[in-house]
Design a protein around this ligand. Structure first.
Ligand SMILES: Nc1ncnc2c1ncn2[C@@H]1O[C@H](COP(=O)(O)OP(=O)(O)O)[C@@H](O)[C@H]1O
Ligand SMILES: [Mg+2]
Length: 316
């Protein structure tokens, strides 16, 4: 029992936001449920990005019905470098990264070959809702594959890292860089075994890292340090996250950004119920930062002083 009291005191000291408090004070108070369908829908978020001029990977095509499956290879034409994913997916489930094609079929990010009939089966599973939130029937998306930025070459194992920024009242509250590993299989999601690396908001440098809740300093597959990395285009990443949060209108939002080698920061997706693992990745809690943002936003404004211009000045 003693360890439990000590642990709970330690969490309090660190300002860790717990699940109940996140749900009550952040999600219920700040997030209108009416906006959840927008963020849960990757195609709708892509439309929003177009309207607010935020770069996002192009969606080449989508498959909405089983009857469209027969002709999918013809519709793709020569295209062989893309990502297939569920429109309503989460935690990296159902994401298939394809990098090329030969006589046998498509080639995955790890060199494995997938036959056309296997891709068709995967698409069919997506449509049936195997990977979607609430297991509801879904659509499958064919999306532009993001190219690895050289800054991440030594710390991303066969995949693209993404940056999660938590915004509270449109202000960045915490951020982490998620790095793909052999275990996470081409995806950066923590649930799949990706590494969560806390980012210092002011500088854009990583300062703390965990994999499956265990502190680490080096990438388990490449052996390179994951602390002290500078995220490229950091001010642009924060600016993009702010623009997306204010356009979406949710007071507590997770915005996921990828950095394409050529096109720079792009929105990958947004999340209305961002998980709390970001605190473990940063080795610190969200509460002090949320309080600081509240103080900033609720600060009474200086009354505007109406300065009357003397008549003699007006005519001057
Ligand atoms: N277009 C893409 N190009 C390259 N990798 C991608 C692409 N889309 C997703 N990924 C990889 O898959 C992971 C999960 O993708 P995401 O779209 O966020 O789906 P989910 O909602 O399941 O998390 C990303 O973190 C990234 O590592
Ligand atoms: Mg994601």
């Amino acid at each position: 029992m003693h360890w439990l009291i000590t642990a709970s005191r330690r969490l309090k000291e660190l300002g860790i936001l717990g699940m109940n408090r996140r749900n009550a004070a952040c999600i219920l108070d700040r997030n209108s449920r009416a906006l959840f369908p927008l963020v849960d829908d990757k195609l709708r978020m892509q439309d929003l990005c177009r309207r607010i001029h935020v770069p996002t990977p192009i969606v080449h095509d989508s498959i909405d019905y089983h009857s469209m499956l027969r002709r999918f290879p013809q519709n793709l034409g020569d295209r062989a470098d893309f990502v297939i994913k569920p429109n309503h997916g989460s935690a990296g489930r159902g994401v298939l990264v394809l990098v090329g094609r030969d006589a046998k079929g498509y080639r995955r990010h790890n060199g494995e070959c997938v036959r056309v009939d296997q891709v068709r089966q995967h698409l069919s599973d997506i449509l049936s809702g195997m990977y979607s939130l609430g297991a509801r029937p879904d659509r499958a998306i064919f999306q532009q594959r993001v190219r690895l930025h050289p800054a991440f070459a030594a710390v991303a194992y066969q995949g693209i890292p993404d940056i999660r920024v938590i915004l509270y009242r449109n202000e960045p509250a915490m951020a982490m860089l998620r790095l793909p590993t052999k275990a996470s299989n081409g995806r950066a999601n923590l649930h799949q075994g990706g590494i969560g690396t806390g980012i210092d908001l002011a500088s854009g440098f990583t300062h703390h890292a965990v994999q499956r809740n265990r502190m680490i300093e080096c990438h388990p597959d490449t052996g390179m340090p994951v602390i002290g990395l500078r995220v490229p285009h950091w001010p642009r990443v924060l600016g993009l996250a702010r623009r997306v949060a204010s356009a979406v209108g949710l007071g507590y939002l997770g915005v996921d950004i990828v950095i394409d080698e050529i096109e720079g920061p792009m929105l990958l997706e947004a999340n209305a119920r961002p998980g709390l693992a970001i605190q473990i990745a940063n080795g610190r809690g969200l509460l002090p930062r949320l309080k600081a943002i509240d103080a900033l936003c609720d600060k009474p404004r200086e009354p505007t002083v109406n300065i009357a211009i003397p008549k003699w000045k007006k005519s001057a």
